[in-house]
Design a protein around this ligand. Structure first.
Ligand code: AMP
Length: 409
């Protein structure tokens, strides 16, 4: 039976690190590094609390075990200065509501006041520390700052997958001073983005999109040995199309990536990986709402026009290629989906992914937003909470926030 907060993918310990269930936290102070870096509107109201919700299993487990729960996170980029608009104060209220429990707020994440608030905690109490990045030492992974954080606790738990690609004091340095374990969310992210990717049920299809080839080349290179099909849409597709000798008008292109694009296509061909590019596009003369648009085949992108979304024939082609998939991973929009006129391709693919009889994994902020906006997020098996971190994992690289945790004996 899967334990609480666990997914049962049948994958044996892909993490290799201690998890929160392996450490004796009853009656102890536990420092949980969470990712509460949520979007706020101008009135500092949280517009999407999914990152907070996704870490609740870890927090609730620690409360239920009778630990003294100390929560820490960054929010935004205050660049080492105290900036009220990046305060974690709005998170206190939301946590209070979600946990149905009092949450005490420490106005600084280190120092005598934080220490005295911790000293007053009873088993099962929750304390939230103010933004870690109000101190420049956090991003510098400063040893003394890491020590000051560690002084607050007996154990360290990292559940901040979204920050795991950064070696900061609260994600890396602190682990030198405390026994360190992964939270449930961290474990789940690794199980999907590493475990499933390395042991997929086939056919395994990767859909990549977004602006540039250069941003996804590492992912493509790593996945080229693992997938059965690759579908490329978005701005990055046109560098491939141009490298194949087609005219692409004024579409986005990275000429310096031609050689790499060609060698990737060659590698995919050799590996017998099916490779799909858009066969048609929505084109316009400018990236503006209200611009005149037309649908043209890939062979007929006119001069002076740029391809800003995949066209209906590409949607059909890509959706058909997804039909047989048993595992799908999707990162990056199919067009400039922020503008209505160029959003149809992305939303249509969101529906096709959601409708597939497959285990589906979505990563990256834009793609996450797109599946929510398309109203299909509930039909996706797993939506990663990390942008940069998920890309780095898909590139086959280790994440410093995970490497730093204590090894499972
Ligand atoms: P990325 O951060 O690389 O995943 O890129 C996401 C961005 O790519 C989004 O803001 C899209 O507007 C943009 N994008 C997607 N398709 C195109 C395209 N055909 N031309 C220009 N930009 C695009």
């Amino acid at each position: 039976m899967a334990k609480r907060g666990e997914v049962s993918l049948g994958i044996k310990d892909i993490l290799g690190k201690l998890t929160i269930e392996d450490i004796p936290i009853q009656g102890k102070r536990v420092f949980i590094r969470a990712d509460f870096n949520v979007p706020l509107d101008d009135n500092l109201v949280i517009t999407d609390d999914s990152r907070i919700r996704s870490t609740l299993p870890t927090i609730n487990y620690a409360i239920d075990e009778g630990a003294k729960v100390i929560l820490a996170s960054h929010l935004g980029r205050p660049k080492g200065k105290v900036e009220p608009r990046f305060s974690l104060a709005p998170i206190v209220k939301r946590l209070h509501r979600l946990l149905n429990k009092e949450v005490v707020f420490a106005p600084d994440c280190v120092g005598p006041q934080a220490e005295s608030l911790v000293a007053k905690m009873k088993d099962g109490d929750v304390l939230l520390l103010e933004n870690l990045r109000f101190h420049p030492e956090e991003e510098k992974n400063d040893e003394n700052f890491a020590k000051a954080l560690a002084r607050l606790a007996d154990f360290y738990v990292n559940d901040a997958f979204g920050a795991a690609h950064r070696a900061h004091a609260s994600t890396s340095g602190i682990t030198r001073f405390l026994p360190s374990a992964a939270g449930f969310l961290m474990k789940k992210e690794i199980e999907y983005l590493k475990g499933v990717v390395e042991n997929p049920v086939r056919p395994f299809v990767a859909i990549l999109g977004g602006a540039k080839v250069s941003g996804k080349i590492g992912v493509l290179e790593n996945l080229a040995d693992k997938v059965d099909k690759v579908i490329v849409g978005g701005g990055m597709a046109y560098t491939f199309i141009k490298a194949m000798g087609y005219e692409i008008g004024d579409s986005l292109v990275e000429t310096e990536m031609f050689d790499l694009a060609k060698s990737i296509m060659e590698k995919l061909r050799k590996n017998n990986v099916k490779f799909y590019l858009p066969v048609d596009s929505v084109v316009a003369q400018s990236i503006e709402a209200g611009a005149e648009t037309k649908i043209v085949t890939t062979q007929e992108i006119p001069r002076g026009w740029r391809a800003l979304d995949i066209g209906p024939a590409s949607v059909k082609l890509f959706s058909e290629a997804l039909q047989s998939a048993k595992t799908i991973i999707w990162n990056g929009p199919m067009g400039v989906f922020e503008i209505d006129a160029f959003s149809r391709g992305t939303y249509a693919i969101a529906h096709s992914v959601a409708d597939a009889y497959a285990l589906t994994i979505v990563g990256g902020g834009d793609t996450d937003y797109a599946v929510h906006k398309a109203g299909v997020s509930d039909a996706i098996t797993f939506i990663s909470t990390g942008g940069g971190a998920s890309l780095q994992l898909l590139e086959g690289k280790d994440l410093p926030g995970i490497s730093a945790l204590s090894d499972k004996k």
